[in-house]
Design a protein around this ligand. Structure first.
Ligand SMILES: [Fe+2]
Ligand SMILES: [Fe+2]
Length: 307
């Protein structure tokens, strides 16, 4: 059984990372629809606001109770997030609630677990589950419509599938926290590694596909990362299924090295987009978003390495 303080801390840290991710998925979806699907654009906007309000409440509660590692990891915000949001607002004319980012900059770590906090966190978790049901339903509908050629959107089908998987992972994690399960790191590690290696491979493929055709060096680098992470997915799956004898520490260490490299690549890409040095159809916030996901995965890998 998970201790009270761990339940509070792990819940809030999960929301600070994934709550923002869901808010941004809603925004990315909203930018991809055609005028015909105005209703979908409005629904995506509602979800963006709902997750934004949710995130805002999480930030208020999380101050003084989350870990130093979570703050330092760059998974909540990065040094680029605010600037990336402002430039993305400028390009699209769509507001992104940057006040939340400013509040997140002031987050401090600590052990300040007030008595009523457990109940408040449990409420937040229930609210998250209900919001997640809504966004999972919405993404599933879009994906089905796109795959059956009933809808055209500027987002890749794989991107819609990818963000649906991320939402389902978030829901699983919150359900697990609500049942106060202690996570078995040993058993869970390879499952998580297979999941996130796949996510990293797909990020590389999205970047490859959204670069201007003239950006050959970046295209080739993204292509190499895509291939490397696809290999790593297989390694992690083999370790997970124990179908072959595997050097367990090697799998984690390979994933760690590759993730550090793709994290640096994404940071460079975000910087390049902010400085108008890259030709692409990548919104700056998308670059920062995938950078944060790499930072999150790196934090997990650091925990797995010390198991
Ligand atoms: Fe994402
Ligand atoms: Fe992602």
């Amino acid at each position: 059984m998970l201790s009270r303080s761990e339940y509070i801390r792990q819940s809030l840290e999960t929301h600070l990372f994934f709550g923002r991710i869901m808010k941004e998925h809603s925004f990315f979806l909203s930018t991809g629809f055609t005028p015909r699907d105005e209703k979908f654009t409005r629904r995506a906007d509602e979800l963006k606001i709902a997750f934004g309000n949710f995130l805002e409440d999480c930030v208020a509660l999380a101050n003084g109770v989350i870990s130093r590692e979570a703050i330092a990891s760059g998974e909540i915000i990065t040094q680029y997030t605010l600037e990336a949001e402002k430039l993305t607002e400028f390009y699209t004319g769509i507001p992104l609630m940057t006040n939340i980012t400013k509040a997140e900059k002031g987050l401090v770590a600590g052990n300040d677990f007030a008595p009523r906090m457990e109940r408040k966190v449990s409420e937040l978790n229930r609210r998250a589950l209900s919001l997640l049901d809504s966004i999972i339903h919405f993404k599933t509908n879009i994906l089905n419509d796109v795959l059956s050629c009933k809808m055209f959107t500027l987002n890749y089908p794989l991107l819609i599938e990818h963000i649906l998987r991320e939402a389902k992972l978030y829901r699983r994690l919150i359900q697990r926290l609500q049942s106060r399960d202690v996570i078995n790191i040993q058993r869970d590690a390879f499952e998580q590694e297979a999941f996130w290696n796949q996510i990293m491979a797909e990020h590389a493929m999205f970047i490859r596909g959204l670069l201007d055709p003239t950006e050959k060096d970046l295209f080739n680098a993204a292509d190499r990362f895509g291939n490397e992470f696809e290999q790593l997915v297989c390694e992690a799956r083999r370790a997970m299924d124990k179908t072959m004898p595997v050097d367990y520490m090697q799998v984690t260490s390979d994933s760690f090295q590759a993730t550090k490299a793709i994290r640096d690549f994404k940071a460079q890409a975000t910087e390049g987009l902010l400085e108008c040095k890259i030709r692409s159809i990548i919104l700056p916030l998308l670059a920062d978003h995938v950078l944060r996901e790499a930072n999150h995965y790196l934090r997990l890998l650091k925990i797995f390495r010390h198991r």
